[in-house]
Design a protein around this ligand. Structure first.
Ligand code: PTJ
Length: 249
């Protein structure tokens, strides 16, 4: 038995562990209650995908890693679900790629912003952006438009796991290279992404880190080849087919 009171041999161990982390995130004031609903939606798609990284998602993770390598300024956006599910993995990705970490909430409250920033620092983050809140995403009303001007505001590459569709579209309209992790290939976030990664964030983030390390010494031409060989619509279609057919290879 570990973090959750279920034996590791349980066939749905990972899924139960994930639920437990989200629940703990709500109790700690990191994750919003809506985060529980989002988790349930994600879980349903993950179940249909066989709770594993399908080959097209692995390819997308490699393309995301190539974008991180070529970025002038990359930012990993963290919301309440991501902070609860994989804080250490986010810090490792930022370390491996030189990206900044920015807390960016759909349901923004000052208290939750602070708690998430503290939680990330406890997991090794040196700098956490998002608290200055001196920039805005054009075309969005309300607090969810708030960003740091020298973070997501000026970044050319942004990784947005579990993003709300409106904001994903608005970020794409700002001309940013948007890397989206979302288990639903039909979501507007996935559809508006330059690189949609249809995978669970708990698998996708360490996978991008691994690819980034593997591509560390790759020349620019090789990184461009990785990016140019990728078609987001094909990746989304392949994920949808995997869900419909149950053919996971
Ligand atoms: O912490 P906040 O205030 O920023 O709020 C975060 C949530 C996630 C609650 C907010 O952004 C939201 O309401 O998101 P949605 O619109 O419910 O979208 C969440 C998307 O993420 C859905 O398409 C889910 O299928 C997907 N999803 C959920 N859990 C995971 C996931 N994708 C990858 N990995 C997951 N673990």
């Amino acid at each position: 038995m570990t973090e959750v009171d279920v034996p590791e041999s349980h066939p749905r161990y990972e899924s139960l562990l994930t639920r437990h982390r989200i629940e703990a995130g709500v109790e700690k004031g990191i994750t919003s209650k809506q985060g529980l609903i989002a988790q349930g939606r994600g879980e349903a798609y993950d179940y249909l995908l066989g709770e594993r990284t399908i080959p097209s998602a692995d390819e997308a993770a490699r393309v995301a890693a190539a974008h991180f390598r070529l970025a002038d300024q990359a930012v990993v956006s963290v919301n309440g679900n991501v902070a609860a599910l994989c804080p250490g993995e986010v810090v490792e990705l930022a370390d491996a790629t030189g990206a900044d970490i920015e807390v960016n909430l759909f349901n923004r409250t000052a208290e939750r912003m602070e708690r998430i920033a503290d939680h990330l620092r406890e997991h090794g983050a040196e700098a956490v952006l998002g608290l200055s809140a001196d920039g805005r995403i054009p075309g969005l009303d309300h607090e969810r438009a708030t960003v740091d001007a020298d973070g997501i505001g000026s970044a050319d590459v942004v990784l947005v796991p579990l993003e709300d569709g409106d904001r994903a579209e608005a970020l794409a309209a700002m001309g940013k290279t948007e890397l989206v992790i979302d288990l639903n290939p039909l979501s507007r976030s996935a559809q508006s992404a330059s690189v949609p990664i249809v995978d669970n964030v708990i698998r996708a983030i360490p996978n991008i880190t691994e690819h980034a390390r593997d591509l560390r010494d790759a020349p620019e031409t090789a990184l461009r080849d990785v990016i140019d060989g990728f078609d987001p619509e094909t990746a989304l279609g392949t994920a949808e087919d995997a869900i419909r057919s149950g053919d996971l290879d």
